[in-house]
Design a binder for this molecule. Structure first.
Ligand code: GLN
Length: 502
C-alpha cells in the first residue's frame, strides 16, 4: 500500500487524528529540510486548523479520499496569506492576497497544506539548482538533483514527508522530477486545471498538476481540483473528473497474460538514440516487453517532428516568459534595488532591480524571448516555432489514431549529480527532450516508475494519450501498479511511513 492509502486508512479507522498527523508531518519536514531544502515555508498554524476541521468532518462521517491528508504546494501557486516567491528573489517579500482555484478546491476536499515547496526560479530549470533559495537534493541520493522545476514538491513526497504535492509543468516540470524521484506525476490536458493563482511562466504551456506516491493519489487530487473555472480564460468548459473511485475498485482478477490485452501502445525507436543512457534504453525496452507479455500490442509510431521540439519550446516559452515577467520592474511589482535614489533615472532603477532580482537563467530567457519577439524577427522565430508546434500536435494526432498511448522514457538519464550540468544550459535543456513535445501539443502525460537505473536511482516511463483522456491514462498506470508492483519491476516508493504512523 502507498503512504496515501496507509494514512487514509489510519484516519478513517481513527488510529490517528488529522491534527496529530499534520503535527508529525511538520516535525518530519523540519528534520529533513536542512539537508533536502525542499520546503521554503511551513504553514504550521493554518495546517493545524485545517486538520482540526478535517477531524470534525471525519467524525461527522465524511469519507472523501483527501480528508485530513497532508500535502505540499509549489511556491508559484498562491495560498492567501502565504509566501509565493516562485523561487525568485524578485518575489522574496510577496505574500499572496488570494488563493489559486486549485488550492481552494483541494482545501475544500479536506487536504491539509503543510507548506510551500522550493522550485527553479519561475519554473525555469530541470534540476532545481536555479532557485534563489538554494538547490534541492534528491532523497534517494543527496548528492543528486531531484529534477525540476517542481523539485521541492517531488523531494517532499519522495522523502515520505507528505504523500502528495502540487507542481506545475510548462515543458516537463511535473513529469521529470517525478521520474527522478520514483513517483507518479501527471501533467493534465492544457485547460483541465485552472491556472488562476499560478504565477505565470509561459501561459500557453503552463499547467498545474499532481506529484504523488501512486496513481490513486494522483486521481484523488485531479478529481478534487479539476473542472471549469470562469476566472481562467483558458480553462476548458468540462466537468471535474471522477476517477478515484474507479481506480480504487480495480483489483487483481485477470491472468498475467491478459492484463494489458486490447491496449495498443506506440513508441518511436528513433527517440532512443544518442543522448539516452544505456540503462534507460534497456529498462524501457524491458518495460515494452512486459506490456507485450501482458497482452498489449506494441507498435512503432513515428513522431517525425518531435526532434524540433527543443528549439520550438525554448523559443515559445522564452518569448512568453519575456512578456509575462515584464511586470516585475521594481516599481509596482517585485524587488526594488537598493540603488534607488533621487539621482537614479527610471531606466537605472528598473535595470538594477531586474538585474539583481532575477537570476542568470531567467535573464537568459528574457533576453532570448525579447529578441525573438522583436520586430523583424517575430516571423522568423516565434511564428515559425508556433507552426512547428502545430506539426508536433499533428504527429500525435495521427499516432493516436492507431494507438491508445504513446510511450517513451521520461528522461534520458537518472538523476544527475548537483553541478553536473549547471555550466551548460544546453545540456540542461536536453534533459527535457522527452517531455517537451506533448507539452507543446497540450496533451496529458503521466510519468510513473519503471524500475532503477544501473546506479540504483529511479527511472520513469512517460505515457501520453489523447486530450481529456486522463481517466484512461491513470487506469493504465493503476493496472501497472496492481499487477507489476510486487514483481519488483517497479520500485514501490513510500512503503515505509516515514514515522508518520509510528
Ligand atoms: N525544464 C524546462 C524549462 O526549463 C521546463 C520547465 C517547466 O516545465 N516549468 O523551461
Amino acid at each position: 500500500m502507498s503512504l496515501f492509502q496507509n494514512l487514509r486508512q489510519a484516519l478513517i479507522e481513527k488510529k490517528i487524528s488529522a491534527e496529530t498527523l499534520a503535527q508529525r508531518c511538520l516535525a518530519l519536514a523540519r528534520t529533513r529540510n536542512p539537508k533536502l531544502n525542499s520546503f521554503l515555508e511551513f504553514r504550521e498554524t493554518e495546517a493545524l486548523s485545517d486538520a482540526r476541521l478535517a477531524d470534525l468532518r471525519i467524525a461527522a462521517g465524511e469519507r472523501g479520499p483527501l480528508l485530513g491528508i497532508p500535502m505540499a504546494i509549489k511556491d508559484n501557486i498562491l495560498i492567501e496569506g502565504s509566501q509565493a516567491s516562485a523561487g525568485s528573489k524578485m518575489l522574496a517579500k510577496y505574500r499572496a492576497q488570494y488563493s489559486a482555484t486549485v488550492v481552494d478546491r483541494l482545501r475544500a476536499a479536506g487536504a491539509v497544506i503543510v507548506g510551500k515547496t522550493n522550485m527553479d526560479e519561475f519554473g525555469m530549470g530541470s534540476s532545481n539548482e536555479n532557485s534563489a533559495y538554494g538547490a534541492v537534493r534528491n532523497p534517494w541520493n543527496e548528492d543528486c538533483v531531484p529534477g525540476g522545476s517542481s523539485g521541492g514538491s517531488a523531494a517532499a513526497v519522495a522523502s515520505g514527508v507528505v504523500p502528495m504535492a502540487l507542481g506545475s509543468d510548462t515543458g516537463g516540470s511535473i513529469r521529470q522530477p517525478a521520474a527522478l524521484c520514483g513517483l507518479v506525476g501527471l501533467r493534465p490536458t492544457y485547460g483541465r486545471l485552472s491556472r488562476w493563482g499560478l504565477i505565470a511562466f509561459a501561459s500557453s504551456l503552463d499547467q498545474i498538476g499532481p506529484i504523488a506516491d501512486s496513481s490513486l493519489t494522483v486521481a484523488a487530487m485531479l478529481d478534487a481540483s479539476s473542472g471549469f473555472d470562469p476566472r481562467d480564460a483558458t480553462s476548458a468548459k468540462k466537468e471535474g473528473t471522477d476517477i478515484f473511485s474507479k481506480l480504487e475498485a480495480l483489483s487483481k482478477t485477470l491472468p498475467a497474460s491478459e492484463v494489458f490485452s486490447g491496449i495498443k501502445i506506440g513508441f518511436d525507436p528513433s527517440q532512443l538514440g544518442d543522448g539516452v543512457d544505456e540503462s534507460v534504453r534497456a529498462r524501457f525496452l524491458e518495460t515494452l516487453n512486459d506490456w507485450r507479455l501482458g497482452g498489449a500490442e506494441v507498435l512503432e509510431t513515428p513522431l517525425p517532428n518531435a526532434k524540433h521540439s527543443l528549439a520550438a519550446y525554448y523559443l515559445i516559452a522564452s518569448s512568453e516568459a519575456s512578456s509575462n515577467l515584464s511586470r516585475y520592474s521594481g516599481l509596482l511589482q517585485g524587488y526594488r534595488s537598493e540603488k534607488f535614489s533621487r539621482e537614479a533615472s527610471l531606466q537605472d532603477l528598473v535595470a538594477s532591480s531586474r538585474s539583481e532580482g532575477f537570476g542568470p537563467e531567467v535573464q537568459r530567457r528574457i533576453l532570448l524571448g525579447t529578441f525573438a519577439l522583436s520586430s523583424g524577427y517575430y516571423d522568423a522565430y516565434y511564428k515559425r516555432a508556433a507552426q512547428v508546434r502545430r506539426l508536433i500536435l499533428n504527429d500525435y494526432l495521427s499516432a493516436l489514431k492507431t494507438v491508445d498511448f504513446f510511450v517513451s522514457p521520461t528522461t534520458p538519464s537518472t538523476a544527475f549529480r548537483l553541478g553536473e550540468k549547471s555550466a551548460s544550459p544546453l545540456a540542461m535543456y536536453l534533459s527535457d527532450i522527452f517531455t517537451l513535445p506533448s507539452a507543446l501539443a497540450g496533451l496529458p502525460g503521466v510519468s510513473f516508475p519503471m524500475g532503477l537505473g544501473s546506479d540504483g536511482m529511479p527511472l520513469g516511463v512517460q505515457v501520453i494519450s489523447a486530450a481529456w483522456s486522463e481517466e484512461k491514462l491513470l487506469n493504465f498506470v493503476r493496472l501497472n501498479e496492481v499487477y507489476r508492483a510486487e514483481s519488483s519491476v517497479l520500485p514501490v516508493t513510500n512503503q515505509n511511513n516515514g514515522g508518520l504512523l509510528s
